[in-house]
Write a protein that binds this ligand. Structure first.
Ligand code: ADP
Length: 482
């Protein structure tokens, strides 16, 4: 077994350089945790225009070469910097990456293909580092395993490099018109690639990674099972069923330093599990800030989320009237689909002093909600991992979740006989199941406050840091290199 596996992450996002969502969180935190777990992980991503100037100034040029992409021949520079003991490599190409946003351009299919090919080709140009494994994340990097196998399999050094592909979001697979296979990817003369990338008349980049990678992972064990079914599989279930033996679910973690009620500067008063009474002070301040009745004796339920169908908002809207017949307050923080924003706006008018809707993205306010609330609602239709339930627990706010994906793997429902658990959950995507579960939580709050608080303290003491996940990824790498 190799002593310190050398891993090259290939991703479009890694905090603090580039982030639009959870992918940036994971690729920003996991490499450091993996290095702490005995790996040598380095991260490769595009050098985007949006990279903060303080990092841009520190970049050093490593090398440059040319990348062919069908009839194109493009410059590829590699620049590097080290942050918190992790080495980052940035792919420099002004034409593709010197733009205001990370995604959303008509040539995203070409930009991502270029990135993937550059990743596969660059590895012999990195001084002192030749990876044992290339670990690709989401569809933007999905063609790297394809290029590696199609173009370099005969080279014994390249042929020995293994690949892992992680699915963070199966909804986005990178689907482009059929002519991309030849005109952009230059793979039309490769029968294997043609058959494995094709989906009807289109080219699907993620299918390439799903078929070509040595191992597949996704961000929770339950989601790994779910994507083998028609309901969750997003038309790729056939591949997951066939390759189930090499598909692993590893739960994401959260950054325990960033989300720490003991030190968080955004909340009103810092607290820990053994100074739990200060949490209700946070609640009082929050109620005032949100225009709710300032009464810490009323349970406050919050929802912090993108307002989209995935998040189960249809269930919330369906039973909102019945929910408000309970003695509760409800606060939502989120942006998204107009129909949900309108619904929550409507409810604030209907229940003044009891319902608040902040239809914005506000990191500071989100911390105040995590700290000041009693319950967090996450009734998702599907949820590959989900972070909000873990953050809420860290702040002693009990999650109420639907048992899907990472919600199922992180929330253990309250057991009234043993007192065990760290939240509440329900099984079916059904509004009245959700309502019954909320009622159960509210009943516990009013009838057995000591038990409710003991449960919240249990939740605060859970360990959802990255270290557990890092150990599992490290074990996977070691297994691959046996
Ligand atoms: P997803 O990645 O599907 O949106 P996650 O639960 O994995 O859902 O992560 C959502 C992250 O975004 C959490 O850190 C959550 O606190 C944050 N978030 C979501 N909506 C808002 C908002 N309106 N304001 C501030 N933070 C938000």
């Amino acid at each position: 077994m190799k002593q310190r596996p050398k891993i090259l992450f290939a991703t479009f996002e890694a905090e603090p350089f580039a982030k639009t969502g959870g992918l940036g969180d994971v690729c920003g935190s996991l490499p450091g945790a993996l290095n702490g777990a005995g790996c040598d992980v380095r991260v490769m991503l595009p050098k985007f225009k949006t990279m903060p100037e303080k990092f841009r100034k520190k970049l050093e040029h490593v090398t440059d070469f040319r990348v062919d992409l069908a009839w194109r021949n493009q410059y590829c520079g590699i620049e590097t910097l080290t942050l918190d003991d992790v080495i980052y490599y940035f792919i420099d190409n002004e034409y593709y990456f010197n733009r205001d946003k990370l995604y959303g351009y008509g040539d995203d299919g070409e930009r991502t293909a270029y990135f993937s090919k550059a990743v596969a080709e660059c590895i012999s140009f990195l001084p002192g580092f030749f990876p044992d494994i290339i670990h690709c994340h989401d569809w933007h990097a999905a063609l790297a395993p394809v290029y590696l196998r199609e173009n370099f399999n005969d080279d014994s050094k390249y042929g020995a490099v293994k690949t892992v592909f992680t699915i963070h979001n199966l909804k986005y697979q990178g689907v482009f018109p059929g002519f991309y296979l030849g005109d952009v990817l230059g793979l039309d003369n490769r029968p294997n690639a043609a058959s494995q990338l094709k989906q009807f008349d289109a080219v699907n980049y993620m299918r390439g990674a799903l078929n070509y990678s040595d191992r597949l992972t996704t961000v929770s064990p339950t989601y790994a099972d779910e994507i083998c079914t028609d309901f969750y599989g997003e038309r790729a279930q056939d591949i997951f069923i066939r390759r189930r033996g090499i598909l692993t679910g590893i739960l994401n973690g959260i950054d325990n330093k960033k989300y720490d009620p003991g030190t968080d500067k955004d909340i009103y008063l810092n607290y820990l599990a053994d100074s739990f009474d200060k949490k209700s002070e946070n609640k009082k301040f929050l109620q005032v800030e949100l225009g709710l009745e300032a009464n810490p004796g009323i349970p406050l339920i919050v929802l912090i989320s993108r307002l989209t169908e995935q998040k189960g908002l249809d269930l919330v809207v369906r039973v909102f009237g019945e929910l408000m017949q309970e003695n509760v307050q409800f606060a939502v923080l989120g942006v998204g689909d107009k129909k949900y924003e309108d619904a929550f706006r409507h409810f604030t008018g209907l229940y003044p002093g009891r319902v608040s809707a902040r239809l914005a993205f506000d990191e500071g306010l989100s911390r105040k909600l995590y700290a000041g609330a009693d319950l967090l609602l996450v009734p998702s239709l599907f949820e590959p991992c989900g972070l909000t339930q873990m953050i809420a627990m860290r702040y002693g706010t009990l999650p109420i979740v639907r048992e899907t994906g990472g919600l199922n793997d992180s929330v253990r429902p309250y057991n009234k006989f043993t007192g065990e658990g760290n939240g509440f959950s329900f099984t079916n995507f059904n509004a009245h199941e959700l309502l019954d579960t909320v009622r159960g939580a509210v009943r516990l709050y009013f009838e057995s406050r000591d038990k409710f608080e003991a449960l919240a303290r249990n939740a605060m003491n859970e360990d959802y840091s990255w270290s557990a996940s890092a150990k599992k990824y490290a074990a996977l790498y070691k297994d691959m290199l046996k």
